[in-house]
Design a protein around this ligand. Sequence first.
Ligand code: ADP
Length: 581
Amino acid sequence: MHKFLLTALAVGLASAGLSANAAAAQTFEGTATGKHGDITVAVTFDKDKIADIRIVKEEENPVLTQKVYKDLREAIIAGNSVAVDSISGATLSSDALKAAVKAAADKAGVTLAATPLIVAKREVKIPEKDGYDVIVIGAGGAGFAAAVSAHDAGAKVVMLEKMPTLGGNSLISGAEYAAANNWVQQKLGIKDSVEQHFQDTMKGGDMLGDPAVVRVLVENALPTALWLRDTIGVEFQEDNLFHFGGHSVKRSLIPKGATGAEFINKFVKATTERKIPIFTETRVTELVRDKDGRVTGVKAVIDGKTHQVNAKKGVIIATGGFSANVELRAKLNPFYGAGFKTTNLPCAQGDGIFMAEKIGAASVNMEQIQTYPMCDPISGAIELIDDARFEGAILINQEGQRFVEELERRDVMSKAILEQTGKYCYALFNQAVEDRAHAIEHHQDEVRVFSKTGILKTGKTLDEVAAAFDIPADALKATVARVNEFAKTGKDLDFGYRGKFSDLSEGPYWIYRGVPSVHHTMGGLKINPKAQVLDKNDKPIPGLWAAGEVTGCTHGSNRLGSNAYTDIMVFGRIAGTEAAK
Ligand code: ADP
């Protein structure tokens, strides 16, 4: 039902003697589903023109939607049209805003312009040409860690980001962080060692990681976690850890809210406090060198024009991976071509690798591409409710049978899922699992969206959840009965689940469908333990550092869950500190 409001404007016009029908500005509500839930808008129409859009209700990511609710909203009003470009990186929220405005217009009987008349012009900001010591390319997790570290080591820093939004894929990640001997492990009495973390990482990547770089990763994991907690103010859950596949013990810290928003929000605060300038919609296209081959700056495109920005000390590449570059994926590893969606934002194109290779940088492990096993079959986005799998959710196929260990490596699980009927599977869990995992509690937004799109169902009994997805109930009950036995004995005789199963005999149950989606590109620039970019002779390229998913030395053939955040933070911090020297 729409709301009908007579605004002050209408009252004014009516009292001026105009007919109420022709003059009244009317407000209608419209709703559409975004990434995290419904967006409801109240659109005021003055005759057949949008006079105002008010956001009534929304649950989108506040960092990603800043420009959606400002620039996009203004463009829709100015153009009296929803045929306006979405804010890149916030497409789902943008599309929902446009659809909600369209729904309101339909109710009002207003036809919007098919092409925008005027598109709001953003204010173009150009960085200074000189005056910076360090340039950081990319404002994702690695970029933020590098920028703050370089600043705190005394450098004048600037961040250049091609998207209108901040945070890159680090923002939308689950953002767990692996660190051996961390304070939560100590509270929970979990014995671990840096050496064990080293072994797990090397083995998990089939020994293709660079041992010297991996050594630095694991040794700095805890000191960097403490820096994040104590200097940046990142809050972690104090009473639980995750046990990701391939780690021999539970060692992954969980940020508050179990997403990267906790990190990025705190980093935005840290860079604001330090007055570190960040230029968005500033796409770096080229590295600039002096006659001795030292990297001294970059060229960046802003509003179609190329500008040079110089750096007295150096440039840090923190541009992320290339999961969203289907063509490059297909070229490097044809299996991971167009048949897969991606969990990444469209920014993950491999720009940093291309620009560094152009000046002679070496890259490694480029064909190593990782899928995340449980993703939204509709959008390709990661299913963060899949956190339940670490606390005893079971994976079953359309026939109601388990087929793989739920804590296996991501590549093994993804491959196994693709071998099942329909190339998808389901995860099933009950309240006992939820009490430990808090997956539903933390990801209510997903619960709402997935329930609406039909990939998540709930039920009081196994018969109900089986019927919801047309799974044979008898087979499902037999599978659950067997898991209940394993929960009792603590030993999974079928697939060797290395976590702790819960008894699944009591509902309520949740069941969701998932498919593998391209999630991480392990390959990238070759760096040394000081995060310097190496050339083809393994010599550091002067003035050039790299950190995060753009590098290729840490994860080998397969990245262990929660090692990415450790990688981007540890090497972001090292790159920043080294470049500032
Ligand atoms: P990481 O996890 O390594 O930090 P993210 O994906 O989180 O990687 O962040 C990488 C960031 O770099 C993204 O915000 C992305 O838009 C940005 N980026 C990628 N290419 C460029 C480029 N050519 N110029 C500026 N920024 C870029």
